[in-house]
Design a protein around this ligand. Structure first.
Ligand code: SF4
Ligand code: SF4
Length: 388
């Protein structure tokens, strides 16, 4: 159930992708669970309208190869996601076009055009007892979560677990950031979403052929990793993917949450890995160390220790910072900021640091990559192996 399969795949050439996809799924039983007449939804990562070569979205050649195999088995295939921004036909169609998703239609799959929303009650949740999701997922007999391996300003890592935040309609995502401003609670909320859909998500696959490093999840640089990873468990997959790029669960709040909820072990060493993960490691991958990974524990104890820990924590917290010579004053960050902490003045984004909840939506959606994750001098001094 929690095995992780990993294979090398050098590029997005159709032949390479086809044989790597078969190889990565084989140890997990392949696609034998697919029955004729089933509807399978592939939940891709289509974070925004970016071309495949930018490495922000699941590559269409992989989506096509998977669609082709599912259709061969008699399934109806729908590919979808709710990108950041509007969740309507005009906006999402533009995302499909830019991300090269029409190739999926050419091989017999469908792109989701149902933009309905539904409310869910999840009494067992840690954080998200009530949430709204994209209702096209209800049409699925099974869901395949097909993510992309990327660095992430707020959560450290964008992979299988974080990809399920895409079940929340794009228009509502800023509200969720505002509702769950604490990074650990936000991570709990994302794990809740994974748990809510756990019976339907039968498979998680990660496009780590070319990942995104640095200022991810949208403004970083493509980085060759050359791997395809699959697992029934999103948590185990993420643990292996994190260690592939030199991260540990302490750097990834969703993995911390999964560990505390006994959904995942502490390290990839405790995972049953099929494949040579060590040979595919990219330890110098440019990472973003999140606030939680730098948090000081209360070693002194009591309220004094908590107060000191809180003060030190403030000194360590990353925050968004505008690169003045790259900002064009377009106002995208101002419109997307859930805390209304940004104003455009003289064609430059100005951040109200007191109002900012450090959700990094502005960093994620700045079209020019002008919004960076800024680590304080103290944090840079203490942890030297990551991005400034
Ligand atoms: S979205 Fe980026 S370029 Fe546009 S105003 Fe904000 S920081 Fe500047
Ligand atoms: S300024 Fe950026 S990081 Fe801060 S609350 Fe607004 S969108 Fe989030």
């Amino acid at each position: 159930m929690n095995k992780v399969s990993i294979v090398p795949c050098p590029d997005y050439n159709d032949a390479a992708v086809s044989s790597a996809l078969d190889a990565v799924l084989r140890p997990l039983g392949g696609l034998d669970w697919v029955k004729s007449g089933m509807t399978v939804v592939i939940k891709a990562n289509l974070v925004t309208f970016m071309k495949p070569e930018k490495a922000a979205t699941t590559h269409p050649s992989l989506l096509c190869a998977l669609t082709h195999r599912l259709i061969e088995r008699g399934a109806r295939v729908i590919v979808g996601d709710s990108p950041g921004g509007l969740y309507n036909a005009a906006y999402v169609s533009k995302v499909y076009s830019t991300c090269g998703l029409h190739a999926v239609e050419d091989c017999g799959g469908e792109l989701n055009h149902d933009f309905g929303q539904k409310d869910a009650n999840f009494p067992d949740a840690r954080a998200a007892r009530h949430f709204t999701y994209t209702s096209y997922l209800d049409s699925a007999d099974a869901i395949i979560n097909f993510c992309k391996l990327k660095s992430h300003g707020m959560m450290g890592l964008s992979c299988a677990v974080k990809n399920m935040f895409g079940v929340v309609p794009g228009t509502m995502k800023p509200e969720y950031h505002y509702r769950y401003p604490d990074h650990a609670v936000f991570a709990d909320m994302i794990v809740d979403l994974n748990e809510y859909f756990r019976d339907k998500v039968v498979l998680n696959i990660c496009d780590a052929i070319v990942g995104m490093e640095g200022n991810g999840p949208t403004a970083g640089e493509p980085r060759q990793i050359g791997a395809l990873i699959a697992s029934r468990s999103p948590y185990h997959l993420d643990l292996v993917a994190a260690e592939l790029i030199g991260m540990k669960k302490e750097n990834v709040p969703t993995l911390e949450s999964a560990y505390l909820r006994t959904l995942a072990p502490a390290t990839a060493k405790e995972v049953d890995i099929i494949g040579d993960a060590a040979a595919l490691c990219v330890p110098d991958f440019k990472k973003i160390l999140t606030h939680s990974s730098l948090e000081f524990k209360n070693f002194i104890g009591g309220s004094a220790g908590a107060a000191i820990g809180g003060m030190i924590g403030k000194l360590l917290r990353s925050r968004p910072k505008v690169k003045c010579d790259e900002c064009i004053g377009c106002g995208v960050c101002e419109s997307i900021c859930p805390a209304k902490a940004i104003k455009i003045q003289n064609k430059l984004a100005i951040i109200d640091k007191k109002a900012c909840i450090r959700c990094f939506c502005c960093q994620e959606f700045c079209p020019k990559g002008a919004m960076k994750v800024h680590r304080t001098a103290v944090a840079r001094l203490l942890v030297k192996d990551s991005k400034k």
